[in-house]
Design a binder for this molecule. Structure first.
Ligand code: ZN
Length: 140
């Protein structure tokens, strides 16, 4: 595997560790409140909806749609130089939670709000799989 030089998530944060451990197994999991069912992303010690302090981690479908996106033409970090222009997107999962990600497998000029997407796990190091999305290949 070639050396990956872009920023990586911390795998030592106990609050986000379940998310990254699941991603490494190519499963998309979110923290969910066992009292009211609210998905907490980013993970939080207390439910913002009902203030419960307990939590569950549950696997979601990996299917969703682009809620918003942008395309970066300006270089903010030298490590992204080869990818200019690159996109970032806010994807809303079928189950409700949203996350910031990248959309792969599509030209930036073809990105659209509401585009159906599905999760894609990018194995960037031996320890880290980044959670990205690609256009949905078949309707769910
Ligand atoms: Zn709750």
């Amino acid at each position: 595997m070639p050396e990956y030089k872009k920023p990586l998530p911390s795998l030592n944060n106990p609050r986000t560790k379940p998310f990254w451990e699941a991603a490494k197994q190519h499963e998309l999991m979110f923290q969910r409140c066992p009292e009211c069912g609210y998905y907490r992303n980013p993970p939080a010690p207390r439910c913002p909806e009902c203030l419960a302090v307990n939590d569950d981690w549950v696997q979601v479908s990996g299917r969703g749609k682009i809620w918003s996106f942008n395309v970066y033409h300006h270089l903010f970090s030298k490590t992204f130089e080869a990818e200019i222009p690159y996109n970032t997107a806010l994807v809303e999962l079928e189950e409700g939670p949203r996350l910031i990600t990248n959309i792969v497998g599509v030209r930036n000029e073809d990105l659209r709000v509401e585009m159906p997407v599905e999760v894609y796990f990018d194995d960037v190091t031996d320890e880290v799989s980044l959670v990205k999305f690609k256009p949905m290949t078949q309707s769910a």
